[in-house]
Design a protein around this ligand. Structure first.
Ligand code: GLO
Ligand code: MG
Length: 347
């Protein structure tokens, strides 16, 4: 029996049931938003990831006071259910004002909208008892490179980070890098960009990254190395584990579904570096198959969690002495065969 680490898992309500793609009708009705929270515990999840308008539906129609009252109610509901609000992310990519980005838009009015919305998001995070906001910089990039001044855009992003840190002296900012989609070229495409912003900011300790497996793959990088980079700087706020079959649209496949070995290496780097010991969650960002029947559709979340735990077992039984010997001997041929045999349970 191995030493079973006690990981806590999380995901966002957008991972349940949604069945839309740009090429056809929705394949199933949305599962009622309010009913989703009751599903978490039974599936082995303790953390909820939010967008600001997941916490407060119709956010745009409410005053800040009304929004914060609703957030307080949601915080109490989560507490009663034993759920932890892991983070809140401003959903900036749906608004009219953010067609060409918010923080990096060429329009001062759009930038002002983005800042107002971000402040409300921080307030919502505090009202539900969440210690972090996540910045997935969806439309902060360009469709054609000549459209924006990239240097100015990066200066604006640093100014944004500093403004948030000054606005609230406790909140953490976790930047979720992604190289493309919905833009052609996104600003802050990698962990390196996110961590550079952290160090350049006024409070580097409160700025971290959230690494999503698929986003690293889309950047041509190895997800476990992106995680390792953040861990080396004590800046891995969270993860979005999933998988991605090469350079195509963002797929959010089940963790380990495409590349089991790469998934093993992600679990290895997390486990070996004590990820989770300071309250970090193992977050998932996985989509249900369009073809899946039923309501609510949740099996993909259970499958990804199970895969993660099976790989934790594989990490525990990975023969470290042998790995060290083979590293010392620089016999990577043997190390590779051992690793693959181990994954296939053929040793
Ligand atoms: C999209 C992102 C997105 C974020 C979420 C939280 O590619 O992965 O799902 O993770 O909006 O910020
Ligand atoms: Mg994500």
């Amino acid at each position: 029996m191995s030493m079973q680490s006690s990981y806590r898992f999380s995901f966002g309500p957008w991972n349940i049931s949604e069945g839309a793609d740009p090429f056809g009708p929705e394949v199933r009705p949305a599962y009622p938003h309010e009913g989703k929270y009751a599903l978490y515990k039974a599936m082995g999840f303790d953390g909820v990831q939010f967008h600001d308008d997941d916490v407060v539906p119709d956010l745009a129609k409410l005053t800040t006071a009304q929004a914060l009252q609703k957030a307080g109610e949601v915080g109490r509901m989560l507490n009663n259910q034993g759920l932890v609000p892991e983070f809140v992310a401003p959903r900036l990519w749906f608004a009219e004002q953010t067609i060409d980005g918010g923080y990096t838009s060429n329009s001062a009015a759009d930038r002002a909208y983005a800042w107002d919305r971000t402040r409300v998001c921080v307030d919502i995070a505090r009202a539900i008892g969440s210690k972090a906001i996540v910045l997935w910089l969806a439309r902060e990039g360009s469709y054609i490179r000549e459209a924006k001044d990239a240097k100015l855009a990066y200066e604006r992003l640093l100014e944004l980070v500093d403004n948030i840190l000054t606005y609230d002296h406790q909140i953490e900012i976790w930047i979720e890098p992604k190289p493309n989609e919905p833009t052609d070229l996104a600003y802050v495409p990698t962990a390196g960009h996110a961590i550079a912003l952290a160090y350049a900011s006024q409070a580097p300790k409160r700025v971290k990254a959230l690494i999503e497996s698929a986003h690293a793959i889309l950047a041509g990088l190895d997800p476990s190395d992106e995680m390792a980079f953040c861990l080396a700087h004590d800046k891995l706020g969270s993860v979005h584990l999933n998988d991605q079959n090469g350079l195509k649209y963002d797929q959010d496949k089940n963790f380990g579904a495409v590349n089991l070995r790469a998934a093993f290496n992600q679990v290895l780097v997390l486990e070996d570096n004590g990820y989770g010991k300071n309250g970090e969650f193992v977050g998932l960002d996985v989509k249900a198959f369009r073809t899946q029947r039923g309501s609510p559709v949740t099996q993909h979340l259970k499958s990804s969690r199970e895969l993660f735990l099976l790989l934790v077992e594989k990490v525990h039984t990975y023969d470290r002495k042998l790995v060290q010997q083979l590293r010392d001997a620089r016999d990577y041929e043997a190390l590779e065969l051992y690793t693959l045999r181990h994954l296939l349970a053929a040793n």
